[in-house]
Design a protein around this ligand. Structure first.
Ligand SMILES: Nc1ncnc2c1ncn2[C@@H]1O[C@H](COP(=O)(O)OP(=O)(O)OP(=O)(O)O)[C@@H](O)[C@H]1O
Ligand SMILES: [Mg+2]
Length: 283
């Protein structure tokens, strides 16, 4: 009989981490990432989001506690790390720390080549990743001549070409213009629908509210809240503690609701849903 997969694909159990200068970046953090969902980490600068993400694919090793992938504890042996990194891909916050090859095409080929894939498969994956991120026209350009937003898109294509089971993206929309930011999130949606678990951090509260299935709130190396987006963003004391703004959709919806100008009692998650509620009331 086939056993049910565990509901959490990736877990951090009571992990703590201090950098070499003794900055305690993570303080006994426990998180369970729901399989197949889109999970957002939000919190102020220095909260520990990037540090936690670097633990998720074994770039950093916790001083205490453990990381589990598919219920198996990561042991930091060569084989254990290889398995983790094959399945958990991370797009760095700063693309300049991720890119190193000569041309865009070479850069994106690097991962699939390392996986030992046949030439034809490599070409296929690289072309697909470039098309999805809108960088096909840049394929022969050296990565160091790209604009920052273009570099970010190459960094995302880099990881897409690896076809990971978990895609971690540290600030996916930072530096991207509105068009590409929307395109990247649509792409992530598409990938998510194929079963890939998405984890991302963002300072864009509206994006987190509209897009995430589940949210973790971080501050000072700790998790200070977690839950469904509507629960997190309706919790004023919790938001105040992290000095985060509320999503504009919630403010507008509450105001319209007070005046009886919206039809539904279900808070809208997107601009389209809000417009739908108003139109329904007007009709
Ligand atoms: N290489 C490092 N050496 C020493 N301290 C570091 C290093 N990298 C990060 N830190 C510290 O660790 C803490 C957590 O930083 P981290 O980058 O994980 O936060 P973050 O939530 O990702 O912030 P941001 O929103 O600015 O990206 C901060 O206090 C930071 O100064
Ligand atoms: Mg960060």
């Amino acid at each position: 009989m086939k056993s049910e997969p565990i509901p959490f694909i990736l877990e951090a159990k009571e992990i703590s981490f201090s950098y070499a200068d003794n900055t305690r970046a993570l303080d006994r953090i426990s998180v369970s990432i729901p399989r197949g969902k889109k999970t957002a980490f939000i919190g102020p600068n220095g909260a520990g989001k990037t540090t936690l993400f670097l633990h998720f694919n074994g770039i950093l090793k916790p001083n205490q506690g453990s990381i589990c992938y598919e219920g198996q504890e990561v042991h930091y042996s060569h084989a254990s790390l290889l398995n983790l990194r094959k399945n958990v891909g991370i797009v760095f916050q700063d693309p300049e720390t991720q890119l190193f090859s000569a041309s865009v095409q070479q850069e994106i080929s690097f991962g699939p080549v390392n996986l030992g894939l046949p030439k034809e498969k490599i070409r296929e994956r690289v072309n697909q990743a470039m098309a999805e991120t809108g960088i096909t026209g840049l394929k022969d350009k050296p990565t160091h001549f790209l604009s920052y937003g273009q570099k970010k898109r190459v960094a995302i294509a880099d990881i897409l070409a690896m076809q990971p089971k978990v895609l971690i993206c540290d600030e996916p929309t930072a530096w991207l213009d509105v068009k590409y930011a929307a395109q990247i999130m649509e792409l992530f949606d598409l990938i998510n629908r194929t079963g890939v678990t998405i984890i991302f951090s963002t300072h864009d509260i509206d994006l987190a509210y509209s897009w995430a299935d589940y949210i973790f709130l971080m501050k000072n190396g700790k998790i200070i809240g977690e839950g469904l987006p509507e629960r997190i963003f309706y919790n004023r004391p919790l938001l105040a503690e992290t000095e985060l703004e509320r999503p504009w959709l919630i403010d507008i919806y509450e105001e319209l609701n007070r005046k009886g100008w919206v039809a539904s009692n279900v808070p809208p998650r997107t601009r389209q849903e809000l417009i739908g509620h108003i139109r329904e009331k007007m009709s």
